[in-house]
Design a protein around this ligand. Structure first.
Ligand code: PMP
Length: 427
């Protein structure tokens, strides 16, 4: 039995499913999850000392590659000064100033410890500030696991959603309207019917939780206009795409100013930092200034902030994003060429340091199109790649992540192995 198998068996005795976050369990692709012992740059090594090219990057944070020496040094120095104080530090001010500088729609920001907290708090703030209950989200977008966001579309157009998780009372989701991503007509219709009751629209402007699906500019423009017309708050959930697709996030690419933004992943550089922020006139509703309560024992933790600040500094290096985007595009273009060569419904897309691989004849633009992909072929492809030392997200519905440490050689190796995997898949 491999060390990974032994660890997985042992883990399942003390931890439900053997993992601390479900997608790590390989449930949809099958097989034994790899237990990681160390990582460096674009690679990590599992418990059997097998080396992988990593295309998850901790699900987004590792944009600099793993264990970047400057980040590690900052963390070590911060740790030596004390791990947590429960009182403010200058590092938190620096972090807030840096976020406000890089994302101009954010006038004020509050630090939290996970993306779930960021979106959950932004939602509460939007409801508190507007004194309205209803929210709009889009099917296929994931915003963390707060109760009112774990919702799938109701049956029939413009009905409120049903919980997607056991343990979420219907009462908690009855104010959540779930619409189709990239569908402007539905948005118009929803606002026509409920506009003056809608507290906020929450959206991933580049969706990365139904594989990679980009919003059309008109979709985001329509929601911006409708939110303005009806006094609703537009929340961009940039937990994944923030500082990942561009230095100013997806909002800088689409040139749309949300009222609130949720951030996470990259801003913690691998440690637990997330944030939500936006217009000061909305943020003033938060405690201790206003009536919307939100708090956290470890919020703005000094060690995590040190990792985040150093990461935010390093991603501002000249040409960082043009290089990251070019590397990611090299990968996606290569996937497309190999798919065509083999005559398979296999294609790819990318934006910044994010990519999607689809077992589809064309890049999906909606949740329905994504669901119609040949996702069982993905599972086979995943294992062929894994065996050859390429670690892709263990689900057809997740985006992939490239770091600045993924150089041409690493990308070209990946493409060579992809070519071999697709030859095998055709057999
Ligand atoms: N929003 C988005 C867009 C995400 O991708 C995620 C996590 N994948 C979250 C929120 C939740 O973040 P966390 O896992 O840090 O709670």
């Amino acid at each position: 039995m491999s060390n990974n198998d032994t660890l997985f068996q042992r883990a399942q005795l003390s931890t439900p499913g053997g993992v601390n976050s479900p997608v790590r369990a390989f449930r949809s692709v099958g097989g034994t999850p790899r237990f990681i012992q160390r990582a460096e740059g674009a690679h990590f090594w599992d418990a059997d000392d097998k080396k992988y090219i990593d295309y998850i990057g901790s699900w987004g944070p590792a944009i600099l590659g793993h264990a970047h020496p400057e980040v590690i040094q900052a963390v070590q120095e911060a740790a030596a000064r004390g791990l947590s104080f429960g009182a403010p530090t200058e590092g938190e001010i620096l972090m807030a100033e840096e976020i406000c500088k890089l994302v101009p729609s954010i006038e004020q920001v509050r630090l939290v410890s996970s993306g779930t907290e960021a979106t959950m708090s932004a939602l509460r703030l939007a409801r508190g500030a507007t004194k309205r209950d209803k929210i709009i989200k889009f099917e296929g977008c994931y915003h963390g696991h707060a109760d009112s966001l774990l919702v799938k579309a109701g049956s029939g157009l413009l009905t409120f959603g049903n919980p997607t998780s056991a343990g979420v009372p219907e009462d908690f989701t009855k104010h959540t309207l779930v619409l189709d991503y990239n569908n402007c007509e539905q948005l118009e219709a929803a606002f026509k019917e409920f506009g003056d009751q809608i507290a906020c629209v929450i959206v991933e402007p580049v969706a990365g939780n139904m594989n990679l699906i980009k919003a059309t500019p008109s979709f985001l423009e329509t929601m911006r206009r409708l939110c303005d017309d009806f006094g609703s708050i537009l929340i961009f959930d940039e937990v994944m795409c923030g500082f990942r697709v561009a230095l100013g996030g997806a909002q800088s690419i689409y040139n749309i100013t949300p009222d609130l933004t949720a951030l996470g992943k990259v801003i913690g550089g691998g440690l637990p930092v997330a944030a939500f922020g936006g217009k000061a006139s909305i943020m003033k509703h938060l405690a201790p200034l206003g009536g919307v309560y939100q708090a956290g024992t470890l919020s703005g933790n000094p060690v995590a902030v040190a990792a985040g600040l150093t990461t935010l500094k390093l991603i501002q290096a000249p040409d960082f994003y043009s290089h990251l985007s070019a590397q990611t595009k090299r990968l996606a273009d290569g996937f497309n060429a190999i798919g065509q060569k083999h005559g398979l419904d296999f294609c790819a897309d990318s934006i910044g340091g994010m990519f999607g691989i689809y077992f589809n004849s064309k890049v999906p633009t909606s949740y329905a199109e994504m669901m119609n992909s040949k996702n069982s072929a993905f599972n086979q492809f995943f294992h062929l790649m894994l065996d050859q030392g390429v670690y892709l997200a263990p689900s057809a519905f997740e985006a992939g992540f490239v770091s600045i440490a993924h150089n041409n050689d690493i990308i070209d190796d990946t493409l060579r192995l992809t070519d071999e995997a697709l030859s095998e898949l055709k057999k």
